[in-house]
Design a protein around this ligand. Structure first.
Ligand code: PLP
Length: 405
């Protein structure tokens, strides 16, 4: 079979692959604990459900404008004003099939072959693949001081005349770090002065803990929405726990939104009509729902940190947002793929290898699940990695036996 070179060069999504592996093991009756996926256990907000149900009951479910329904765009404009203190026009907004399509569409519309896009490690797995999918060059910048905080000096070293855009994700998947305002300010100023696009992936922006705030890039520019280089992508997946609804959006200048709309029109048409109604319900409905989800996740963060602090040899910076942490497991194993495989086989715990995020020797653990899964999952990992632990042990009400698989 003759598959294109480009398609062959794109790797699969490790998190979705692990999901599938976990599902198959569960189907075999094995008690897998999934600390791999970033997906809260909550039910969708009631306003989202009612709004989608109303639309469905009306029976009037047709195409919408490619860039989203006027009602959802209105809700996004209000959200942008409330959360970013920016007034934007409907022409500055495009609704997409999840934030994933938002990011792909932005990259597709900005990047020419050989253009470089700077990606800050540790990074979300899809960024480099998306850049490669448009024949661009992902340029990964890793903080040289060994922290998870990107540094301007490292970025400046990587910038070249081919640099088209920089992607920033704060709060960060996979590290859970919230980047300091001074860094965002310096980056915005640099990008505005050099004409480099700054793509801010804000999908976790309200999922922050201990009173931390993820400051919007807009705060550091005097330029209006038509001339700023700051582009924002966001969506309902994480903040409202609506991963399956697949609604995201982009805020950008009119010309870029117009071009993205043309691209989307040729690829997917509008995002599903009923799901747009659901997103509208979530954005316009009571926001205490998102707050209670945030509090649950913050409590989970406290639980996982407590468990990890008593894990011999593990080092882990405390996440200030998202539902991930990225502990350093090099005391046990340098190769994160080998380690993740070992933990799946010996302890039936799914964790994502750090190498997938550009950081070897670490594992990404998600605390978006239940407290029980978190405590039992970490207990199993401790048991599996301790050479002196007994061959059989009860963790929770489950008898664990080495060499499950
Ligand atoms: N950006 C980051 C950093 C993510 O972690 C994710 C999802 O995991 C996305 C974007 C995509 O979000 P969506 O599910 O809305 O496509």
């Amino acid at each position: 079979m003759s598959i294109s070179q480009l398609a062959r060069s794109i790797v699969d999504s490790p998190t979705l692959r692990l999901n599938e592996e976990a599902r198959l093991l569960r189907e075999r009756g094995l008690p897998v604990i999934h600390l791999g996926i970033g997906e809260p256990k909550n039910k969708a907000p009631i306003n989202a459900i009612l709004s989608a149900a109303n639309k469905l009951n009306s029976g009037d479910v047709k195409y919408t404008p490619t860039d989203g329904t006027p009602a959802l765009k209105k809700a996004i404009i209000k959200y942008t004003e409330d959360n970013y203190n920016r007034i934007v026009a409907p022409e500055n907004v495009i609704v997409t099939n999840g934030a994933k399509q938002s990011l792909f569409n932005v990259i597709y519309c900005l990047v020419d072959p050989q253009d470089e896009v700077i990606i800050l490690a540790p990074y979300w797995v899809s960024y480099p693949e998306m850049v490669k999918m448009v024949y661009g060059m992902p340029i990964v910048v890793t903080p040289k001081d060994g922290t998870f905080y990107p540094r301007m000096e490292d970025i400046l070293e990587a910038v070249s005349s081919y640099t088209k855009a920089i992607i920033v994700n704060t709060p960060n998947n996979p590290s859970g770090m919230v980047f300091p305002p001074e860094f965002i300010g310096a980056l915005v100023e640099f990008c505005e002065s050099k004409g480099i696009y700054l793509i801010m992936d804000d999908i976790y922006h309200r999922l922050v803990f201990d009173g931390t705030k993820a400051v919007p890039g807009y705060q550091f520019t005097q330029k209006d929405i038509e001339s700023t280089k700051v582009i924002v992508t966001n969506g309902v997946s994480k903040i409202y726990g609506m991963t399956g609804f697949r609604i995201g959006w982009v805020i950008a200048n009119r010309r870029l939104v117009e071009v993205m709309t043309n691209v989307q029109a040729q690829m997917t048409s509008n995002p599903a009509t009923i799901l747009q109604s659901a997103a509208e319900g979530a954005l316009n409905g009571v926001q205490s729902y998102a707050e209670s989800l945030r509090l649950t996740i913050e409590n989970n963060r406290n639980v996982i940190m407590q468990e990890l602090r008593s894990f011999n040899g593990i080092r882990v910076p405390e996440p200030q947002g998202t539902f991930y942490c990225l502990p350093d497991f090099r005391a046990y194993q340098d190769n994160s793929v080998v380690l993740a495989d070992f933990l799946l086989k010996k302890a039936l715990v799914v964790a994502v290898p750090g190498i997938e995020f550009g950081i070897e020797g670490h594992l990404r653990l998600s605390f978006s699940g239940t407290v029980k899964d978190i405590t039992e999952g970490i207990a199993r990992m401790k048991w599996a990695l301790d050479p002196e632990s007994p061959r059989e042990i009860y963790i929770g009400d489950r008898k664990m036996i080495r060499d499950w698989l």
